[in-house]
Design a protein around this ligand. Structure first.
Ligand SMILES: Nc1ncnc2c1ncn2[C@@H]1O[C@H](COP(=O)(O)OP(=O)(O)O)[C@@H](O)[C@H]1O
Ligand SMILES: [Mg+2]
Length: 360
């Protein structure tokens, strides 16, 4: 294959960016490894697109540093950065054929015609559109148009591929197919890729690592499962799935430390942890049992009352009251399982290993 991506590291140092008086990115430090599929994940307005555009060279000049392959680029115009960006709205030329759309970047760079033809063919092969070269964008489905946009971007052999919510305009089934296609293309080309999404499933399924953003501040960086299992703070715990967040304080008695929730539950903790005022427990890490059973060695049980049940298909979600705490508990649903009724007295089991200590 001659479409050769130069796998390139991206380093962002103490990046800040303002629109007028409003600072929308604050103190971002991040390293994206060469060849990595990396996501920026966060709610709408958290600054994902602004950060991606700053890497591409669009928007106001940021403070701090951006290094692409060791080269400081924060002051370079977009066309000198050699990065490729794909937008949510495919931004294809409607009056040009697919082949012409894909060739455009090379024609602008005055590449010789035989080389252009060869690379257009390769790029269209890579996105499985070889048979569509002579069509116009309006004669293609949304997914095919998105693949043309990808082909048009990779043909310039960018050092980094930047994707801003590229799947948002596609219907649900196609989104799943496209994210696989994008991932397989990225692997084939070993292309450093930054994928912006507000959809945690998209980030989880594609990314080696991801950065969670909120209010222009980097919350946490890590592999999807790491972040899910060990969220650093309340925002990450709640944004990545569902979490019971409990307020309270740590109590130490000799060797033993426990977390005393404001609702009166006392949960033993593994090791001494000063100054923790918030913990999180995922609903699937709690279980309900008929009263009077014997807890396993790893768990601790509390009296609880079922207040709500919600059948979600693969899980049965309970809302229970234990002491002064209202908690969500998820049971994986299997036919024949005991289902607890509203107002029923139950024992709620928590395993201290599954308690996450939050810092902020
Ligand atoms: N051109 C602009 N002018 C002024 N404010 C902007 C501009 N673009 C984005 N913003 C603001 O910057 C913040 C981050 O926006 P954005 O990066 O688009 O978020 P996201 O992509 O995470 O949804 C938002 O508060 C948004 O209103
Ligand atoms: Mg955006």
């Amino acid at each position: 294959m001659s479409l050769q991506a130069k796998s390139t590291e991206v380093i962002i140092e103490n990046l800040g960016l303002s629109f007028g008086d409003t600072q929308v990115l604050k103190g971002i430090d991040l390293t994206i490894k060469a060849g990595e599929f990396f996501s920026f994940l966060g709610p709408s307005g958290s600054g994902k697109s602004t950060l991606l555009r700053a890497i591409a060279g669009f928007g106001p000049e940021p403070t701090g540093r951006i290094l692409i392959g060791g080269q400081e680029v924060a002051k370079l115009p977009p066309w000198e950065r050699n990065v490729g960006m794909v937008f949510q709205s495919y931004a294809l030329w409607p009056h040009m054929t697919v082949a012409k759309n894909v060739a455009f970047g090379l024609e602008e760079r005055k590449v010789a015609r035989p080389e252009i033809d060869k690379r257009v063919k390769e790029a269209l092969d890579l996105v499985d559109l070889a048979d569509y070269a002579q069509r116009r964008p309006s004669q293609l489905s949304g997914g095919q148009q998105q693949r043309v946009a990808l082909a048009r971007t990779i043909i310039i052999e960018p050092r980094v591929l930047l994707l801003d919510e590229p799947l948002s305009n596609l219907d649900a089934n196609l989104r799943v197919q496209m994210r696989r296609d994008i991932l397989s293309l990225q692997k084939k080309l070993n292309l450093t890729t930054i994928f912006v999404t507000h959809d945690q499933e998209e980030a989880n399924t594609t990314s080696a690592r991801m950065a969670v953003l909120n209010n222009g501040i980097l919350q946490q960086v890590g592999a999807p499962i790491e972040l899910y299992d060990a969220p650093a703070n309340r925002f990450v715990a709640s944004f990545l799935g569902t979490a019971n967040i409990l307020e309270g304080e740590t109590k130490t008695n000799g060797e033993l430390t426990a977390f005393l929730t404001s609702g009166g539950l006392q949960i033993p903790l593994k090791q001494g942890t000063d100054h923790i005022t918030t913990i999180a427990i995922r609903p699937q890490n709690i279980s309900l049992h008929a009263p009077g059973g014997s807890p396993s060695e790893a768990e601790i049980r509390f009296k609880a009352i079922v207040e709500e049940t919600e059948f979600l298909g693969s899980t049965l979600r309970y809302g229970v009251k234990a002491g002064g705490e209202t908690m969500l508990v998820d049971h994986v649903h299997k036919p024949g399982d005991r289902v607890f009724a509203i107002a029923e007295q139950v024992d709620m089991a928590i395993t201290p290993d599954h308690v996450t200590l939050l810092h902020g």
